[in-house]
Design a protein around this ligand. Structure first.
Ligand code: IPM
Ligand code: MN
Length: 346
């Protein structure tokens, strides 16, 4: 689902790159395209048509570009593009959102942080995606009052923490659980459940941190993190912050897992200001395809090949305008073509 704005441009590159992977490694992928977000509102009047959700549920994996745009800001909440995305996440039942922030060495100059601080950053944020403030009831808005609620149950915390522990096992075996347990009851429960689960993972080092101090540490000592697990809203905020470390929000891929069908999307939004200009950064979208190959298709070799081609393209100096430090400034499609040509010649 291309969705809106630059979502359309980066999805085109993502799909074409998957087709190249299929050709090169002897697979066949079947693609269906459906409407979501503003594109769906414009065409059928709702941000998540039932037919779109049903098609997603009948698929092996879902890829999404981005949703949103200023022209939809004044719509009532249930008709906003973002509501379509939240409905999709809920409809698929995905509860663990994996957002890796990896600094490719060639982009060290694109990061606003000093090289000595940011060099070697390789962390993974596991954001809880199905609960917390995004879905808490009651919620209401009137002229005088806006109300949202953060609710977490023990099973909701445990299932996402389990995903994080398992992923930490495959990495550097360090897990940081981020909460606001000094103030919030929902965080106190979160901390208790994560601590109890740690008994099952003696090989993983668990530390707890408050979200405010984590926000600071992410930009002062990012390399001290391996896997971070946190609730929905904190994860939303911290993952945008982590993206900055890597040089651009456009670099970040994501996978949302745990439900009936997994959802893959770049972390960036629809960027209406640059939409249609051919300058959107497709790296995050294409890297999301590597996650799709890895987690849904279980094609590790293909995922690694795609990531290698992506790294090599960066190392060769190619970049979009958001990656100012890259000497070879090219278009969205040219980046895609560079990556694909490297896959073909592997
Ligand atoms: C994200 C986005 C979404 C979120 C919006 C568009 C609803 O910011 O994927 O991080 O807040 O989850
Ligand atoms: Mn966000």
């Amino acid at each position: 689902m291309p969705g809106d704005g630059i979502g359309v441009e980066v999805t085109r590159e993502a799909v074409t790159t998957l087709e190249t992977i299929a050709r090169r490694f002897g697979h066949e992928f079947e693609f269906e395209t459906r409407l979501i977000g503003g594109a769906a509102i414009d065409t059928v009047g709702v941000p998540l048509p039932e037919e779109t959700l049903q098609t997603c549920l009948a698929s092996d994996a879902v890829f999404l570009g981005a949703v949103g745009g200023p022209q939809y800001d004044s719509l009532p909440p249930r008709l906003k593009p973002e509501t379509g995305l939240l409905g999709l996440r809920a409809g698929l039942g995905v509860y663990a959102n994996l957002r890796p922030a990896f600094l490719h060495e060639p982009l060290i100059g694109a990061s606003p942080l000093k090289p000595e601080i940011v060099r070697g950053t390789d962390l993974l944020i596991v954001r809880e995606l199905a609960g917390g403030a995004y879905f808490g009831q009651p919620r209401e808005i009137s002229e005088e009052r806006g109300l949202n609620t953060i609710v977490y149950t023990a099973p909701e915390v445990e299932r996402v923490a389990r995903v994080a522990f398992e992923l930490a096992r495959g990495r550097r075996r360090k897990l940081t659980s981020v909460d606001k347990a000094n103030v919030l009851e929902s965080s106190q429960l979160w901390r208790k459940v994560v601590t109890a689960l740690a008994a099952e993972y003696p090989d993983v080092t668990l530390e707890h941190g408050y979200v405010d101090s984590c926000a600071m540490a992410l930009v002062t000592r990012p390399t001290s993190y391996d896997v971070i697990v946190t609730e929905n809203l904190f994860g939303d905020i911290l993952s945008d912050e982590a993206a900055v470390l890597t040089g651009s929000l456009g670099m970040l891929p994501s996978a949302s897992i745990g439900g009936k069908v997994a959802l893959y999307e770049p972390v960036h939004g629809s960027a209406p200001d640059i939409a249609g200009k051919g300058i959107a950064n497709p790296f995050g979208a294409i890297a999301s395809c590597a996650m799709l190959l890895r987690y849904t298709c279980k094609l590790e070799r293909e995922a690694a090949a795609l990531e290698e081609a992506l790294s090599a393209t960066l190392a060769a100096g190619f970049g979009t305008p958001d990656l100012k430090s890259q000497p070879r400034q090219v278009t969205t499609t040219e980046i895609g073509a560079e990556i694909r040509q490297r896959i073909e010649s592997m």
